[in-house]
Design a protein. Structure first.
Ligand code: COA
Length: 166
């Protein structure tokens, strides 16, 4: 009998993708047989700066030429995450956990998702410490003020920031 493929979903807004997200994706790719980066169409927190097609484009461009431990797919999704995971036959959700401040929100989401889909597990991965204080909001703030973000953003996002803000 062939073993079941371990499929993980790495969901988020990715507005835009940062090197912290790519760090988590790299780590997840070493654990699973396939990782699907699922980009939510409408973020729950606030309006996205970049429309879905741009956020997807940044991700696709950013993973080009990178070596991952398993196949990586990038896709947009709408509606409940657990329903999307079910459609994709995924058993696991991957979330990055940076500081303690992430914990309460992540705990709440993980338990609510478990309530909806008891067999779908959420696993938390820690990014490299260089990215522990990184967020999409802070890069947008610093980008708008023309700060140097080369250590934190993949080249396609940096290029777009230069066009937009410089
Ligand atoms: N490196 C850098 N930044 C990181 C990071 C990392 N490793 N991991 C997370 N972040 C940042 C993000 O950039 C983002 O920053 P911001 O708040 O400044 O924009 C923040 O942490 C969290 O964003 P993200 O990881 O994109 O999560 P989210 O809270 O925006 O999205 C979904 C969460 C998409 C998973 C959730 O809203 C969802 O499931 N939506 C679908 C509807 C649904 O099912 N809702 C019920 C859920 S219980």
């Amino acid at each position: 009998m062939t073993p079941r493929k371990r499929i993980a979903i790495y969901p988020g807004t990715f507005d835009p993708v940062t090197n912290g997200h790519l760090d988590i994706l790299g780590r997840a790719s070493e654990i699973f047989d396939k990782v699907i980066v699922a980009v939510v169409k409408k973020p729950s927190k606030r309006k996205a700066m970049f429309p879905l097609n741009e956020r997807l484009g940044f991700l696709r461009e950013s993973i080009k030429g990178r070596v991952f431990g398993c196949p990586v797919e990038i896709e947009g999704f709408d509606g409940l995450l657990v329903n999307y995971a079910r459609r994709k036959k995924a058993q696991t959700l991957v979330r990055g956990l940076r500081a303690i401040s992430d914990f309460e929100y992540e705990f709440q989401m993980a338990l609510m998702n478990r309530h909806q889909a008891p067999r779908l597990e959420t696993v938390f991965l820690m990014p490299d410490e260089r990215f522990v204080y990184l967020s999409s909001s802070i890069v947008k703030t610093v980008g708008a003020l023309r700060g140097n973000l080369s250590a934190f953003l993949p080249p396609p996002v940096l290029k777009s920031f230069k066009r937009r803000f410089f």
